[in-house]
Write a protein that binds this ligand. Structure first.
Ligand SMILES: [Zn+2]
Length: 418
């Protein structure tokens, strides 16, 4: 098959389809399984042997693909990014690929963006435009994608942003199904990050998105075992879900409580460890809380989605009074959680903090963000991997939820707050 060139000024509408070729002997060697392989569909074609090369002003990102794939390119600004959309692939790439700036690539991320769709997001160090070239290799047994970035003027880049057809935004996250006719209070667990957004990378290359998903599953099982609640998760696999969709899910389903679960890093201070419970507020309780909220709020941007502040609209409709009332419930739960958890596991200094987290902005659902620990701490990273610690901590959190929900459970209420 002849090479296919994508004209760099006609993005979006162009898709290139490669000839199908099944995996045969002599195919490029698969890289060691990436840590995110735990939930990627095994049926999806594999992408391996990723490489970034810089020469004579150009930067080339190459990936070997096992089968034919149509792809779409888009150019985005603020920050300047190149986004490549493709059907779901199983990225088996070295975990450090695209982590450090190289040539025109400041960072590159690979992962599932929406059900059935994967994405590569390249953040640029300066204005540059891409050419995608796909060529059969090994007699057609595999295909090599070369994405060549060429530096251009800031004006030319802006023109390309304007001309770039918008990619489907992937905001159609499926609403989890909840049993009808069941009036038990609904708890929404929100494992942070996912898919193309890895979250933090910790000691031993542990990815936050994997660690928090495993923990959320444990906690869900624990809560379901009480028989008191319906429990849903905003994601139960390695897929990206926008911050707005997470909030909307909790609201649409009428959640009694929303718990976002994270495990971030503080690379400058690897000795800092322990859990922290965050509540939403316009003003951050301290500089560290503000830094963390800022980092967490970048999730949509990392995934190549334009930021929008949809939660502000919702707040406007429901009014400040609802928000204030909800926040007092969030504070009450945060205090209960800190109290219960402090008995069994190490707490961070000032374990109850607050900041402007976008995921905590549902004005009508009590919400907290729980940082289980720091993946930058060797002790915390090991603790999070330990099933016994997870089991015990999930029990403690379930006990805190029982305490918080007790008035409501006693009243046998439907969807009202406790
Ligand atoms: Zn996080």
């Amino acid at each position: 098959m002849a090479h296919i060139r994508l004209n760099s000024l006609a993005f979006g509408a162009i898709a290139c389809v490669l000839a199908l070729a099944g995996p045969v002997a002599g195919q490029p060697k698969p890289a060691p399984a990436a840590p995110n392989a735990i939930t990627t569909s095994l049926k999806a074609p594999v992408a391996t042997d990723g490489e970034i090369t810089v020469s004579s002003g150009k930067t080339v990102l190459s990936v070997m693909l096992a089968t034919s794939l149509p792809l779409k390119l888009a150019v985005m600004s603020k920050p300047d990014r190149i986004v490549v959309d493709l059907p779901e692939v199983n990225f088996q790439l070295a975990p450090d690929l695209g982590r450090k700036p190289q040539g025109l690539i400041k960072s590159a991320r690979f992962g599932l963006f929406a059900p059935g769709r994967s994405r590569i997001v390249i953040e640029l160090t300066g204005p540059a435009l891409p050419k995608a070239e796909v060529s059969p290799v090994l007699g057609g047994a595999a295909h090599k994608l070369d994405l060549t970035l060429d530096p251009v003027s800031a004006e030319a880049f802006q023109r390309a942003v304007q001309a770039s057809a918008p990619l489907p935004d992937g905001k159609k996250a499926e609403l989890p199904t909840v049993p009808q006719g069941d009036t038990r209070p609904l708890i929404v667990l929100d494992p942070g990050h996912g898919g193309i957004d890895n979250g933090a990378t910790g000691v031993g290359q542990a990815l936050e998105k994997d660690v928090v998903l495993v923990f959320a599953r444990d906690l869900k099982a624990k809560l379901e075992a009480t028989g008191k609640y319906r429990v849903v998760m905003t994601r139960d696999r390695d897929v990206f879900v926008s911050l707005g969709d997470r909030v909307k899910m909790a609201q649409k389903l009428g959640a009694a409580l929303f718990i976002s679960i994270h495990a971030d890093t503080l690379s400058a201070a690897p000795s800092v460890r322990g859990f922290t419970v965050y509540t939403g507020s316009e003003k951050a309780s301290d500089a560290e809380a503000a830094r963390l909220a800022e980092a967490e709020n970048l999730s949509d941007q990392i995934a190549g989605v334009d930021n929008e502040d949809e939660s502000d609209e919702i707040a406007g409709i429901l009014g400040d009074l609802t928000l204030r009332e909800t926040r007092s419930y969030s504070h009450l739960f945060a205090r209960t959680l800190v109290g219960q958890m402090s008995g069994g596991t190490k707490a961070n200094k000032n374990p109850h903090r607050s900041a402007r987290f976008r995921v905590l902005r549902a004005p009508d659902v009590p919400s907290v963000l729980l940082e289980l620990g720091y993946l930058s701490s060797k002790t915390d990273a090991e603790m999070l991997k330990d099933p016994a610690w997870r089991d015990q901590t999930a029990s403690t959190i379930a006990a805190a939820i029982n305490t918080f929900m007790a008035p409501r459970l006693a009243a046998g209420e439907g969807q009202a707050k406790p």
